[in-house]
Every structure is written in structure tokens, then in C-alpha cells.
Design a protein. Structure first.
Ligand SMILES: *Cc1c(COP(=O)(O)O)cnc(C)c1O
Length: 400
């Protein structure tokens, strides 16, 4: 079968909730993927940053295979011998005393908000079910009903109400907007350190620091969603480290498994995490031995291969070269580490056609919103790979 055959079958039998590029991938290794017609591409999306360690990393693959031969699922009705080590290693790595494993990022954010609500009622003593959560406009936190309530993207919400009460969106990158939205019932603020899906929107330096301060002053929990920005993507283990803050609750996912398997987690210190009592929250697959064995290895690869440092170094190299491209379409190039966006002028006709042209040249990147091309290759990328990509990207951006 050829590309067109697969696409025909997919369109006929699958829900149309995505608009993928017309490339049908059958194999991948490192930063490269191969399609069913044998064409090779550099992956500059990394499955929205789930592939920070590179595709089919041999060490993570081996951990998956070895664990799959032993035991894959026990449910949390019983204990398993991987989960305790996952907890301990994640605590050692992140500095948070405890964690709670889930599967998708969406579930991690739901879990974080449930934990913060429990704190709001039992510790802060907000009258029951009056707790309010402040979120940023143009956020992306996932697709559950609570998360689309928090979204300000009409397309994500329009036909999916009724919504969850008590969620207050305010302008991103504006501490005063948060200050004026705070009431005695504000329990938590949920933010991305960089808004990835919104188009790599970077707040001013000092914004997160100011928000953290506002939270302290008002006895409000700060939840930072690092599902896309965390685990090395921005040149630090966590993007909030650029601001020298320490949120009360952090969500991670995506690269936590190196792309092998859905694994997410919520991080917090013991006084908070211990608010959850047995039975109050759970997941059949959350914390299963296959997931945690894979995640343990995925985290070790980030450390052993110095991917955080490489992300910072290669990010700077990539961005410097992108910034040198002379094109009438480019409005700005921005990013941190290997999370980079090229914003095009609206008159360029949308980022999609440039992504399609990049595909022709052997580079897979995806538009985010109308006018931004996101470049987020695996963190294992080398200078010579970027040297290969730059002239191709330049040619595409210089087309009429
Ligand atoms: C991808 C993402 C999520 C949702 O993760 P899923 O695994 O797709 O549910 C949540 N928050 C952020 C910032 C993300 O980038």
C-alpha cells in the first residue's frame, strides 16, 4: 500500500478530529522518521515534545521489552516493584517530595486541580464548592471538560458545554490581571511557563516570579503545567527554573516516557500530596510497572545523555541560524532551548503551506495556530543536523 491508500482508509474509518500532514510514518530512529514510500524526514515536532530522547531510544526500548516480559499491569490494588523506584528517582531528580502517576497529560492536569481543590477546602477553608481557579487566556491544558472550560479557544469549546464553574481566565503575561482577579475564594492559579499550543508565547522575564509572589501573598497554590516545556525542552529540566521559582504543584507527561507509552505525573511536596486519601483518586493503568519501568529509563536517558544541556546549546544554535534567514514572511523568531516558533506575517498566507513545503524538503514541522511554525526536534539533535536543515528551511521561507 502507498501513502494515498492509508490516508483513504484512515479518513473512511477514523474520527476526523485531526488534520495531519499527509505523511504516513512507518519507522523512526533518533531524529529521523521514514514514511511508507521510503522517504526520510527530520522530525521537528517530536510528537509535541514527547520524543525529547529521540525516536525508539535503544535503552528505553530495552526497558520496555524487559519489563513487558515480566509484568505489565497489576493495578494499584496490589503493589509492584517498579513504582517505588519511580517515585524515589523522580523525587531525587525534581526535588519534589512526592508524585502521583497518571497516563495522559490531560489526566495529570485534572489530578493537579483536584489536589489543589482539596487543599482549598481542607487547608485554606474556602467554603465548599466556592473555590475559584485563575487560568491564562490562550492556555492549553488538555481536552477534558474541565480543561476545555479553562480554554479560551472557541473552537475547542463551542459545542461541548455545559462547563465547569469557578474557572477565571485572565490575560497571560500580566501580573496585574491576576492581582485583580484574586478573591478570598481563589484557591489556585494554573499556568504554562511558555504557552506552546498558543504559538510559543513567551511571557516577559519576571512574570512567573511575580505570579509566584502573588500566590504566596494571597495563600493561593501555583500549579505549573510542564507537560510540554518540562524534561529539558527549554534548556532547563523545567521551564520554571528560568525564573528561579518553585511552584506548589507541577504536571509532567509527554517526554516522561520518551514517547513509548502514555505516562504522566503530578509533583508536589508531602504536605500537599498527602491530602489525597485512599480511594479519593485513581487510575487502573496509572503507575503500572510497564509505564514506570519505561519512565525510569526515559528519565535516566535525559540525565546520562545531558539532554538538558544539549537542548540549551542546540536551541541557541538553531535559533541564531533561523534568525539569520532573510524572508519577507518572518515576523519574529522566538523560543527557549529547543522550543522555537517562527511567527509569520498574516499576509504570508498561513503557516500550513510552509509546513507542507518543508515536508517536501524532508522536514516535518507543524503549524500552531494560523501563523506560527513550531520547531521542536528531539533534544539529541546535533549541530550537523541543524546545518542540514537550515538551508532547506531558508528555501521554504523564501518562496513567494
Ligand atoms: C499536550 C499537553 C497537555 C495534554 O496532554 P495529553 O497527553 O495530550 O492529554 C496538557 N498541557 C500541555 C501544556 C500540553 O502541551
Amino acid at each position: 500500500m502507498k501513502t494515498a491508500d492509508y490516508i483513504q482508509i484512515e479518513d473512511q474509518y477514523g474520527a476526523h478530529n485531526y488534520h495531519p500532514l499527509d505523511v504516513v510514518i512507518t519507522k523512526a530512529e533518533g531524529i529521523w522518521v521514514t514514511d511508507v514510500d521510503g522517504k526520510k524526514y527530520m522530525d521537528c515536532l517530536s510528537a509535541y515534545s514527547a520524543i525529547n530522547q529521540g525516536h525508539v531510544h535503544p535503552r528505553i526500548l530495552n526497558a520496555l521489552i524487559e519489563q513487558a516480559k515480566k509484568v505489565t499491569l497489576t493495578s494499584r490494588a496490589f503493589r509492584n516493584d517498579q513504582l517505588p523506584l519511580f517515585y524515589k528517582e523522580l523525587a531525587d531528580l525534581t526535588g519534589y517530595e512526592k508524585s502521583l502517576p497518571m497516563n495522559s497529560g490531560a489526566e495529570a492536569v485534572e489530578t493537579a486541580v483536584k489536589l489543589a481543590r482539596k487543599w482549598a477546602y481542607t487547608v485554606k477553608k474556602i467554603p465548599k464548592y466556592q473555590a475559584e481557579m485563575i487560568v491564562a487566556r490562550d492556555n492549553f491544558h488538555g481536552r477534558t471538560i474541565m480543561e476545555i472550560t479553562a480554554s479560551t479557544e472557541n473552537f475547542y469549546r463551542e459545542f461541548f458545554g455545559p462547563f465547569v464553574p469557578g474557572i477565571i481566565p485572565v490575560k497571560y503575561n500580566d501580573p496585574d490581571a491576576i492581582r485583580s482577579a484574586i478573591t478570598p475564594n481563589t484557591g489556585m492559579i494554573l499556568l504554562e511557563p511558555i504557552q506552546g499550543e498558543a504559538g510559543i508565547i513567551m511571557p516577559d522575564e519576571g512574570y512567573l516570579r511575580e505570579v509566584a509572589k502573588i500566590c504566596k501573598e494571597n495563600n493561593v497554590l501555583l500549579i505549573v503545567d510542564e507537560i510540554q516545556t518540562g524534561l529539558g525542552r527549554t534548556g532547563k529540566m523545567f521551564a520554571f527554573e528560568h525564573e528561579g521559582i518553585r511552584p506548589d504543584i507541577v504536571t509532567i507527561g509527554k517526554a516522561l516516557s520518551g514517547g513509548f507509552y502514555p505516562v504522566s505525573a503530578v509533583l508536589a511536596d508531602a504536605p500537599l500530596m498527602d491530602l489525597f486519601l485512599p480511594g479519593e483518586h485513581g487510575s487502573t493503568f496509572g503507575g503500572n510497572p510497564l509505564a514506570t519501568a519505561v519512565a525510569r529509563e526515559a528519565l535516566k536517558v535525559i540525565v546520562d545523555e545531558k539532554l538538558v544541556e544539549n537542548s540549551a546549546k542546540m536551541g541557541e544554535y538553531f535559533m541564531d541560524h533561523l534568525a539569520e534567514i532573510n524572508s519577507p514572511h518572518i515576523k519574529t523568531v522566538r523560543g527557549k532551548g529547543l522550543l522555537i516558533g517562527i511567527e509569520l506575517y498574516p499576509k504570508a498566507g498561513g503557516a500550513r503551506r510552509f509546513c507542507e513545503a518543508l515536508q517536501e524538503k524532508g522536514i516535518l514541522a507543524k503549524e500552531t495556530h494560523e501563523n506560527v511554525i513550531r520547531f521542536a526536534p528531539p533534544l539529541i539533535i546535533k549541530e550537523e543536523d541543524i546545518d542540514w536543515a537550515i538551508p532547506r528551511i531558508r528555501e521554504v521561507l523564501q518562496m513567494p
